[in-house]
Design a protein around this ligand. Structure first.
Ligand SMILES: NC(=O)C1=CN([C@@H]2O[C@H](COP(=O)(O)OP(=O)(O)OC[C@H]3O[C@@H](n4cnc5c(N)ncnc54)[C@H](O)[C@@H]3O)[C@@H](O)[C@H]2O)C=CC1
Ligand SMILES: N[C@@H](CC=O)C(=O)O
Ligand code: NA
Length: 818
């Protein structure tokens, strides 16, 4: 025996009922005996309640609403029953509506709508839908019979949520089904008292009907046909990556539903669970999808948890005081007082210090809870044993649920770590000793971010997202976007990572889109849909969006942007940048950025500040962490100058080589930054700080190579003109070096706590002699690399190598976030 139940949307339209009929036909063809339970057509129950209230309020318009309900049923008959058989069904429907109209007329006369009458009015929904579908089945030659559940399911007289008398009900069901072999079409949700007064079964009512019948008849299985693909790992409206849970245990389903998962309401399935009847949740609108199996023990699991659920809005009550320590009976009195006032408690947490107890409740009960407790503990409060009762609102609960937690360690570690890395504060937490559920209370404003971050970390075979907010779409930003575009497929398939470009801006336009700006048409989208750039607004909006795993990527050389780094890191947003301005500002600013990132558990990464993509900063940080001491750094840190001195020579104009360097993407947006030594100055300053020397910019000695006329030119174009004028100056420098068979090298040195930069000539014996292109070379002499220094060499400027260094920093954040 199998019991099928179809929910409101499944019987809500001609098309969906057609599918229902074909599902039933398929089951009948398979030969197993079935019974079927129907809900009212979608929306009808609520409409009937409304109509009842209108009638009670003396509003005659209820009749028009009633006509609409009637017409919906007529339309199904017209759509699905052959014309020659329609009239008897129309007459039966009309008969039922006559009865309902009489009742409503009574309600409008006496202007009163009792719970009892409301149950009677609501019962018409299931009676009508079931009648209509029974007639459709009969018209197709199927031996179907209408079964009014009021004949078989008996409850007490608690209207709105009758308490089932299982002894009588089970007996009646057995007797009823023994008498007939026809397909029974049973009205869901409704029942009656022993005296025949109509009652209803409360929340999940039609599931309950199916469960009661299946349990009484010892059915093998129940199929709950609804309008979603089964139970999901999280609410798909909040977590886009949520997916259907193939198999879930009764207890897990129960826990998830307690925390708001609404697909099924497990308490109503208790009778079936008690008899170990397997339940399947299936989708009428996606018939071939396998849905979710709910059974005593879930089948093998791929993940440590089964699902995530949440309650959007709760209030947290905290009662604390020194007088609670070691005093027995406080919690007994507390929870008795709440229970006597019908205030249901969702989560409880007490620290072992016994100094405080906190629990969460529905916010609509908050005021009452406070009054009840102040009364209960009036004496203790007046004596100062208990402080007054504190209530915090605008909070949410998230519960991670799964039997798998019992066997695997580190589940709570993972949960709290992902919340921490996303800067989400945990206000309270509780874990049942059944190890089935860990619940955390967080700010409501963090709910969506937390759900997505937790889902990403626990269901890792699903693609995770990193949300990138990129400022600067110039040479480096543009190249980075291009690299992201080319790697999208690889990262999705091989790394299960989605780099979602959630924000993009240049000096003109900005665009934020949490759903992502596709890297193949980013420039057009920003220019077409973007609004005028305002960096404060960009940062503000980004913080407001509060997306999980957010990363701010500064691809500008802007000096003012740095002021936002603190704000961002403080909001637990990691920062990646090739922009050297922040790290080469004041030493205290440098330290304070490092500290904020550390405190917030987020990353501030800037490998490309020195030597572009060459692994310089990471190497230093590794050596420092492992306790090495730096004795000396000697380096060529300018790709631009390297390129110039490697390509400048007799017959070549200096200005042309600089132009070439710019065109090849080696120079700073303003090449004077390179030629003046300022760029190298910043780099050696950053290296000094990284190796623990607290230098300020003005402590670095830079021997300028640019004549003043070039340096002071008002624009970059004017600067190039001045360079042409000064051509001889550079040519003679070069000639002098050539004459000695030496090469010009702009070398930065850090030794004994002092940094200097100067243009030197080096002979063929010097390790820096053989450089080509835009090569940088960095030689570290440390206690461990004393006799032969550690040398890193390679192209230290250029769009591709810089963008890929920025990309690598982004990837390292993705691994850190897990
Ligand atoms: N070229 C190279 O080899 C390397 C460059 N870098 C650094 O990369 C950074 C970027 O350099 P490029 O891409 O060459 O510069 P660029 O001038 O080509 O691009 C800068 C971009 O930032 C935008 N921008 C500037 N200020 C902005 C603001 N306040 N708000 C919004 N957008 C703003 C501009 O509109 C432009 O799209 C610089 O800090 C540079 O020092 C670092 C290592 C190597
Ligand atoms: N302009 C710089 C680029 C890297 O920071 C250089 O030339 O090295
Ligand atoms: Na680097």
């Amino acid at each position: 025996m199998k019991v099928l139940k179809f929910g409101g949307t499944s019987v809500g339209s001609v098309d969906s009922i057609k599918t229902v009929i074909s599902i039933l036909e398929k089951n009948l063809a398979e030969g197993e005996r079935i019974a079927v339970v129907f809900s009212a057509m979608g929306g009808v129950t609520n409409r009937l309640i409304e109509i009842g209230k209108m009638a009670a309020a003396g509003n005659p318009e209820y009749m028009e609403f009633l006509k609409v309900v009637e017409e919906r049923h007529f339309a199904v008959v017209r759509g699905l029953i052959p014309v020659k058989n329609q009239s008897s069904t129309f007459a039966a429907i009309r008969g039922i509506f006559n009865e309902l109209e009489d009742i409503l007329r009574g309600v409008s006369w006496i202007k009163e709508l009792s719970e009892r009458t409301l149950d009677l009015i609501m019962s018409f929904g299931e009676r009508l839908s079931t009648l209509v579908i029974t007639e459709i089945l009969k018209s197709k030659g199927i031996a179907a019979e209408f079964c009014d559940a009021r004949q078989i399911i008996h409850t007490n007289a608690t209207y709105g949520m009758g308490d089932v008398n299982f002894e009588i009900t089970n007996r009646q069901i057995l007797e009823y089904f023994a008498k007939t072999s026809a397909l029974q079409c049973v009205t869901g949700f409704i029942a009656s008292t022993a005296e025949g007064v109509t009652t209803t079964l409360g929340r999940g009512g039609s599931d309950y009907t199916a469960s009661i019948i299946a349990a009484a008849l010892d059915a093998n299985s129940i199929e709950i046909w609804t309008d979603v693909d089964g139970m999901m790992t999280a609410d798909p409206r909040k977590v886009a990556n949520a997916f259907t849970i193939p198999s879930i245990s009764y207890s897990e389903a129960m826990e998830l539903s307690h925390f708001g998962a609404k697909v099924i309401y497990p308490p109503s399935l208790q009778p079936a669970f008690a008899k170990n009847i397997t339940l399947k949740v299936l989708n009428t609108f996606n018939v071939d999808f396998e849905g979710t199996y709910v059974q005593k023990a879930a089948n093998g699991k791929d993940y440590a948890i089964t699902g995530i659920s949440s309650i959007d809005e709760i209030a947290l009550v905290n009662i604390q005081g020194s007088g609670m320590i070691g005093v027995a009976g406080i919690s007994g009195r507390l929870f008795t007082a709440l229970s006597n006032n019908a205030i249901s408690v969702i989560l409880i947490s007490q620290a072992s210090s016994e100094h405080s107890i906190c629990f969460s409740i529905d916010p609509k009960n908050a005021q009452r809870a406070s009054e009840v407790l102040e009364k209960e503990f009036a004496t203790e409060i007046s004596l100062g044993y208990i402080d007054s009762i504190a209530i915090e609102k605008s909070l949410s609960i998230i519960a991670i649920v799964g039997e798998g937690m019992k066997k695997s360690t580190g589940v709570s570690g993972k949960l709290f770590s992902v919340l921490g890395k996303n800067g989400i504060n945990v206000v309270a937490t509780a874990q049942g000793s059944s190890e089935l559920n860990i619940s955390v209370v967080i700010a409501k404003s963090d709910l969506s971010k937390a759900l997505n971050a937790i889902h990403g970390v626990f269901f890792q075979s699903e693609t995770r997202s990193l949300n990138l907010f990129i400022v600067g779409m110039g040479l480096i930003g543009g190249t980075l976007l291009n690299q992201i575009k080319n790697q999208t497929k690889y990262l999705r398939e091989e790394k299960l990572l989605n780099l979602n470009i959630a924000g993009l801006t240049n000096t003109k336009k900005m665009l934020l889109d949490p759903d992502g700006i596709q890297p193949d048409n980013w420039r057009d989208r920003v220019m077409d849909e973007g609004v005028k750039t305002s960096l404060p607004a960009f940062v503000q909006r980004m913080i407001e969006l509060n997306l999980p795993n957010s990363v701010f990527v500064d691809c500008t050389s802007d000096k003012d942007i740095v002021q936002y780094y603190h704000m961002l890191l403080d909001a637990s947003i990691s920062v990646v940048t090739p922009n050297k301005v922040a790290n080469s500002g004041t030493y205290s600013e440098y330290v304070s950025l490092q500290r904020t990132a550390l405190q917030r558990g987020v990353k501030f990464l800037y490998e490309t500040n020195v030597g572009a993509g060459l692994p310089i900063i990471n190497t230093i940080q590794g050596l420092m962490a492992s306790g090495d001491k730096f004795l000396k750094i000697e380096a060529i840190l300018s790709g631009t100058l390297s390129y110039i001195f490697n390509n400048f020579g007799p017959g070549i104009r200096f200005a042309d080589v600089v132009r070439e360097a710019k065109a090849k993407g080696f120079t700073e947006p303003d090449p004077r930054e390179d030629l003046s030594g300022a760029d190298v100055g910043r780099k050696i300053l950053i290296l000094a700080r990284e190796v623990g020397v607290p230098l300020e910019a003005d402590e670095i000695t830079i021997k300028a190579i640019l004549p003043g006329n070039c340096l002071n030119a008002p624009t970059v174009d004017a600067f190039f003109q001045e360079l042409e004028i000064s051509d001889n100056f550079f040519a003679s420098m070069q000639a002098e070096a050539e004459a000695k068979q030496e090469k010009l090298r702009f070398i930065a040195t850090l030794e004994n706590g002092k940094a200097s930069i100067a243009l030197k000539t080096v002979d063929a014996q010097h390790p820096f002699y053989t450089l080509s292109g835009s090569d940088n070379i960095i030689s570290f002499t440390t206690e461990r690399y004393k006799d032969r220094p550690l040398v890193i060499k390679g192209p230290g400027a250029g769009a591709e190598v810089t963008a890929s260094g920025v990309f690598a920093d982004i990837m390292s954040i993705s691994s850190y976030l897990g």
